[in-house]
Design a protein around this ligand. Sequence first.
Ligand SMILES: [Zn+2]
Length: 198
Amino acid sequence: MDSINELATALKKFPGLGKKSAQRIVFHLLRQDENELKRLGALIATLKENLKTCSECGNMSAQDPCPICSDPLRDRKTLCIVEDLESLTAFENAGIYNGLYHVLGAQMSPLEGREISNDAAKFLLQHIKNIKPSEIILATSPSIEGDMTQFSIMDILKSVKHTKITRLAFGLPLGGSIEFADKLTLHTSLEARRPIES
Ligand SMILES: [Zn+2]
């Protein structure tokens, strides 16, 4: 396999890329300056090296604790539990939330045999113990997997007392993901969040 095909095959595995778009990217790269390609290659090669997982919330950034956990201007009494970094980024890009996050790093998917690990559960409970939030917002995706993740979180939170637990209101497209929700939809579902009866 030549380099063009090999790179196209590798890119085809990226989310949202089919064979044609993968090839278009390769031909786009072929037209670039060699230094630019080296810079891009180095960015990919060192992506993980330069990132740390926040020991408080599970976010990834260049520092630990992450800029969100170490920001004194954030509301430290509201904790939003998200499934992944994509969801956290969607909330941050929308600029609609000023509390802290907890990144679960797992979404339940019984078909794929994924579930919230014991370590992830312990990590979440430790975070809650440390910051003693007055409200915990469950921001799981509006999908079957998201609902199952929410039930698992509720199970983990059984021992948490004196904390209001809310979930995002519907309005997010069913079966969709927080990652792709537009700012207005995300804002509405956050503003209209409602308490969960445990
Ligand atoms: Zn953090």
